[in-house]
Design a protein around this ligand. Sequence first.
Ligand SMILES: *Cc1c(COP(=O)(O)O)cnc(C)c1O
Length: 435
Amino acid sequence: MGKTDQLFMEASYYIPGGVNSPVRACLFVGERPRFIQKSKGAYLWDIEGQKYIDYIGSFGPMILGHNNEIIREAVKKAAEEGLSYGGTTKREVDMARLMCTLIPHLDMVRMVNSGTEAVMSAVRTARGYTGRNKILKFTGCYHGHSDNLLVEAGSGIMTAGLPSSAGVPKGCVQDTISIPYNDLEGAKKAFALYPEEIACVLVEPVAANMGVVLPKEGFLEGLRNLCTKEGALLIFDEVITGFRLSIEGGAGYFQIEPDLSTYGKIIGGGMPIGAYGGRRDIMEWVAPLGPVYQAGTLSGNPIAMAAGIAQLTLLKEDVSFYEKLEKKTNNFFEKVKKMAKEKEIPIQINHIGSIGSIFFTKNKVTDYEGACTSNREVYADYYKYMLDNGIYLPPSPFEAMFFSKAHGEEELLKTWEILEAYFFKRWELVWKDIR
Ligand SMILES: *Cc1c(COP(=O)(O)O)cnc(C)c1O
């Protein structure tokens, strides 16, 4: 038995499924999870000494590549001063100022410890502010694991939300309406059905938790207008898209101003973090200023602030950062698209900024239903082939590929060659079998 097998057995004894977040168990692709030893730039090493080009980037945070020296030094320096105080620090002010300066629609921001907390708190704030209870969300969008938002069953707005996890009472989700992504008409119908009851429309400006699904032309703008007209708040969940699509996130990329938005992942540079913020008159409802309670022992943690400030400062200072990264990512995916076309391989590629997904389906993917048509067995086969050849992909077709500054010509070319080899050597075999 190898090191990995042994450690995984032990992990599975002490930790549910051997992992601290389900997707890491690689159940979807039927693989044994690799134990990561260390990382640098575009690379990961596992405990067996295997080296991988990584396209997960910690599921988002590592936009500058792994183990960035400047961020690491900022963390070290902060750690030398102390780990946590339960008191206020200058770093928290620096971080808040930085975020509010970079993002025009943020007047005030509150730090939390995860994306889950950020969204949960933003929704509570919206409910407090509007005095309404219902939440309109989109099927296939992930907003963390808080009770209210664990709803996917979105077969039409008439369906009362059904929890998609055991342990979530029906009562927790009875005010959550879930409709297909990109369904602006559905959103209008929901407002017609529940006049003056919907507190907020919660949406990922680019859906990146069912694979990458882009908003159709006019979708986000339509939601903006609808919310304004109906007196509901528009919340952009920018936990992935924030500082990913542009320095102003999805809001800046699409030039749509939400009322509130939520962040996580990138803003912590790899440390646990979350944040929510928006218009001053709304954020003034948050305790201790207002009646919406929200708190956190480790919120605004000095180490997380130091990492976040360092990462955001690096992003801010490189004025062509996003342009370069998007171009690099575009080139990669366009090359894959071209090859698939020549070979008549039925795949769909959705990509934007530095995220993207390959769906093994001939259908265009514009919502969750479409994403579900992606062939799972082929994805698993593809995943294994790539992993065996040193390419570390998301272990599910419902997770995005993340590109970073550290993915250079060399890494991208190597990835491309392996991918091409997969399609040329393996594809027909597997696809034929599955058909
Ligand atoms: C990852 C994610 C969350 C949850 O963030 P955690 O830090 O994992 O709690 C929420 N919303 C979106 C869009 C995410 O991608």
